[in-house]
Design a protein around this ligand. Structure first.
Ligand SMILES: NC(=O)C1=CN([C@@H]2O[C@H](COP(=O)(O)OP(=O)(O)OC[C@H]3O[C@@H](n4cnc5c(N)ncnc54)[C@H](OP(=O)(O)O)[C@@H]3O)[C@@H](O)[C@H]2O)C=CC1
Ligand SMILES: O=C1CO[C@H](CO)[C@@H](O)[C@@H]1O
Length: 283
């Protein structure tokens, strides 16, 4: 990858820009419009939002104000947890499209496999949701469909009724949180791994070894973390509000980490925390 516009290819042939701009905890309104506009101005072409972030509307406004053609920007949103099941999913999708004020979505994800509301019925709820996703995909409303926070057991269950293998699994991947079992399962099935919280939601900046590696390469800790994701073959989704952070996080294409340093960063077990148990999350 040589720039933010270079892409991974999903298994259905759709191209997905290799770094996405994360938008969790950027308030709907001026903050989110300005952050997404800054990201687009600085060259990002992939925005990650979710119904649960409450800022889809601002993402849509920022895209429209940017003057960049819609088909040059890759937009992901996610199905909110209480909305699983066929009918709920159809309604939630239409609401997302209304919020974004767009007529198609590039990627739609099931945000979590086992939300509180469906604790003992997640299998049926996800089967209904996936049926809706497949119909929307076949109708051209969504260019690609995927999942988030799914472990192998959730994916095995989904595949009992699915006719389309998810194109993406978005999971927490950052130094020391490598989720090897999920990663290997997805790689074997050609499911692209998106790395959320690539900076450990800020915890990466407290890790002395990351500081040492950053100094060695003359880059910042954030740049090392994002570069590590890319070299592992993941698609990182760094979030930033500060314009200087947004710019810095895009400046990652002029250096390469050695294999030893990639391994050393992977081995920093728990340095930036671990992902939540998808069967217990309350998000
Ligand atoms: N599917 C899922 O369940 C989940 C998906 N996600 C997605 O992944 C995205 C990223 O994850 P998230 O947990 O938000 O956090 P990140 O790991 O991207 O870290 C964000 C934090 O790092 C700071 N930061 C960013 N760049 C720099 C920099 N260059 N120097 C110093 N500080 C920096 C930000 O500050 P500031 O904002 O002040 O600039 C912010 O405090 C989310 O926004 C969301 O899109 C996240 C969690 C779960
Ligand atoms: O997308 C999300 C943003 O971050 C939250 C806290 O880590 C997650 O629970 C949620 O899934």
């Amino acid at each position: 990858m040589e720039s933010l516009r270079d892409c991974f290819e999903l298994h259905n042939g759709v191209k997905i820009p290799c770094v996405g701009f994360g938008t969790y905890q950027i308030a709907n309104g001026e903050s989110a419009v300005s952050a997404v506009r800054n990201a687009l101005e600085l060259g990002y072409r992939h925005i990650d939002t979710a119904a649960g972030y409450g800022n889809e509307e601002s993402v849509g406004i920022a895209v429209s104000q940017s003057g960049i053609d819609r088909d040059e920007i890759f937009i992901t949103s996610k199905l909110q947890n209480p909305e699983h099941g066929y009918e709920n999913t159809m309604k939630a999708f239409e609401q997302t499209m209304k919020n974004l004020d767009m007529d198609y979505l590039d990627l739609y994800l099931i945000h979590w496999p086992n939300p509180v509301k469906f604790r003992n019925e997640w299998q049926t709820a996800n089967a209904g949701t996936w049926k809706a996703f497949e119909e929307l995909y076949k109708a051209g409303r969504i260019r690609s469909i995927g999942i988030s926070n799914f472990h192998p057991r959730h994916m095995d269950e989904l595949m009992k009724t699915a006719t389309i293998v998810p194109m993406v699994n978005q999971i927490r991947l950052c130094p020391g949180d490598t989720q090897d079992e999920v990663v290997n399962y997805c790689k074997e099935r050609n499911i692209i791994l998106e790395a959320y919280s690539p900076l450990g939601t800020g915890q990466i900046f407290e890790v002395p070894m990351m500081q040492a590696i950053a100094q060695k390469y003359g880059k910042t800790i954030a740049q090392i973390g994002i570069r590590w994701s890319l070299q592992k073959g993941y698609l990182p989704l760094p979030k930033a509000v500060s314009k200087s952070h947004i710019r810095e996080n895009a400046d990652i294409f002029d250096f390469e980490l050695s294999e030893q340093d990639v391994q050393a960063i992977s081995d920093l077990k728990g340095c930036c925390g671990y992902s939540q148990n998808p069967d217990l999350t309350t998000f």
